[in-house]
Design a protein around this ligand. Structure first.
Ligand code: ADP
Length: 468
């Protein structure tokens, strides 16, 4: 099974096989965020494995680029089939390594697969193969022709919150475009990425994965390598900006999908039950640990009371905090654990900061230990509802990345739109990502777009030829 493959012991998959760990390196231990138990122990190849991955990807690049696009598209389609066949196992891996609820995990597998399916379409292949003639005859120059070529080896670095889907969103267009890939998953969630690579029906070296506890060593190795021509990153703003700086030294292309702090606006005439339903679905997804999670809730002053009561009722009915591996009864939303204790502490610190500043905690915000853990594990925070939050509080300036609902009153639409757009980040305001559309941020939320036909362009170099 995929789960067994993922746990096979090698933390790096290079050139079509497992890569041994660096001599003397400590193993990479993967923990279940809810139980605290050990899920897997992987060898950690560190910088040497990163260098081996670069060599494997560079070695496979010419033959893969020369493979007809239709054949590459067919391979991406077979990769999607392989994910479908392994969907149950992959969801189990996501629950075990990331603490996702079964429902969120199944949704992520389907979401990851949708990128492979999209980039296997004829429309995507036609975009790669498009040839644009330019008539230059009036200057006596004949005809210009613009074709597309793969940019070369791509380094993909991904976060723990969507460890399968964020990697699929990068490798699917890269591989269709004819690039080869070196990828580094987050240390917390390496198993799904290793499984994705092992499931790929691709020649050895086209997709390589290096899991490690030393992200900087692997990242530095790839940023310094001249053979790596592009980096695509999803994660925090600080790390992304640092990678872009390092990538500049070798003239790499850069795509960054960084943090956000999505606003959610409830107007005076809003349908309150619909607003509550939409907010609960968006914010409780992955226990609030998504980059498009609505972390700032602006409510028109005239409906603050009614909306607060309705949201508190919705939380009481919908949220059943606890074990993500157990399906809750009656289709209720299960609130699973945060990724680790650091994430719990961050949520607690942001709530404390708001309360110190005069906000009111209506409900939630307590930490629930895992059953049978003796109180040491769990990492489940009960959904917290706060009123009277202001723009100066940390909750309205930083991602809590947890199940926190901070409410702030507003008076006019002009005021609230200004406040919603006042941050240096800007990523999303509704749940909107889809394989067919270009997704990405502005300002400090990132550079570039992923998804849709525009999502292929970062992996393609334009080549102009003059036919005299
Ligand atoms: P998060 O807050 O989601 O953990 P990070 O930006 O820390 O965000 O992590 C996203 C990805 O970036 C992970 O794969 C992580 O290991 C990686 N990462 C963190 N620091 C570095 C670094 N210095 N160089 C390269 N990758 C890094």
């Amino acid at each position: 099974s995929v789960a067994a493959l993922a746990r096979s012991g090698a933390g790096a998959y290079v050139g079509g096989g497992g890569q041994p760990g660096a001599p003397g390196a400590a193993p990479l231990v993967v923990h279940n965020p809810y139980t605290g138990g050990r899920v897997a122990t992987l060898s950690d190849g560190g910088a040497p494995a990163a260098a081996a991955a670069t060599a494997a990807a560079a070695g496979a690049a010419a033959a893969w680029a020369a493979t007809p696009t239709a054949d590459r598209a067919a391979a991406v389609g077979r990769w999607a089939d392989a994910l479908d066949a392994a969907a149950g196992d992959l969801a189990a891996v996501l629950v075990a390594e990331g603490g996702k609820t079964l429902a969120d995990a199944a949704a992520e597998v389907a979401y990851a697969t949708s990128y492979l399916r999209y980039y296997a379409t004829a429309a995507a292949a036609a975009h790669v193969d498009a040839v644009t003639p330019i008539d230059l005859s009036d200057g006596g120059g004949g005809t210009g022709v613009v074709t597309k070529e793969p940019v070369g080896v791509v380094a993909a670095i991904t976060p723990w919150n969507f460890p399968l889907a964020m990697l699929a969103r990068k490798v699917a267009p890269a591989v269709l475009a004819g690039c080869t890939v070196v990828a580094k998953p987050a240390a917390e969630t390496p198993l799904s990425a290793l499984a994705l690579a092992r499931l790929a029906p691709l020649p050895p070296g086209v997709v390589n994965v290096v899991a490690t506890a030393d992200a900087a060593a692997v990242g530095d190795t790839w940023m310094a390598a001249g053979a790596v021509r592009k980096v695509t990153f999803t994660g925090s703003t600080g790390v992304g900006v640092g990678l872009a700086r390092a990538a500049a030294g070798t003239g790499k292309r850069v795509s960054l999908e960084l943090g956000g702090l999505a606003p959610f606006i409830v107007t005076a005439d809003a349908d309150l039950p619909a607003a509550v339903g939409g907010l609960l679905a968006a914010r409780l997804r992955c226990s609030g640990q998504t980059c498009i999670s609505p972390g700032r809730v602006y409510v028109h002053r005239s409906v603050v009371g009614a909306f607060t009561s309705a949201l508190a009722e919705g939380l009481a009915a919908a949220a059943a905090p606890g074990d993500p591996a157990v399906e809750p009864p009656d289709g209720a939303t299960r609130v699973g654990p945060l990724i680790h204790s650091g994430a719990v502490h961050k949520v607690q610190a942001l709530i404390r900061d708001a309360l110190d500043g005069g906000a009111t905690l209506v409900t939630g915000g307590t930490v629930v230990p895992a059953a049978d853990s003796g109180g040491d594990a769990g990492h489940v925070v009960t959904p917290a509802l706060l009123t009277g939050v202001t723009d100066r509080m940390r909750l309205f300036r930083e991602e809590a990345f947890g199940p926190v609902f901070p409410l702030s009153p507003f008076d006019t639409l002009e005021e609230v739109v200004g406040r919603a757009n006042s941050l240096p980040v800007g990523l999303a305001a509704v749940a909107l990502s889809d394989a067919r559309v270009p997704f990405g941020g502005v300002r400090l939320s990132g550079v570039g777009r992923e998804g849709g036909l525009p999502g292929l362009d970062p992996y393609l170099e334009l080549k102009y030829t003059l036919l005299g």
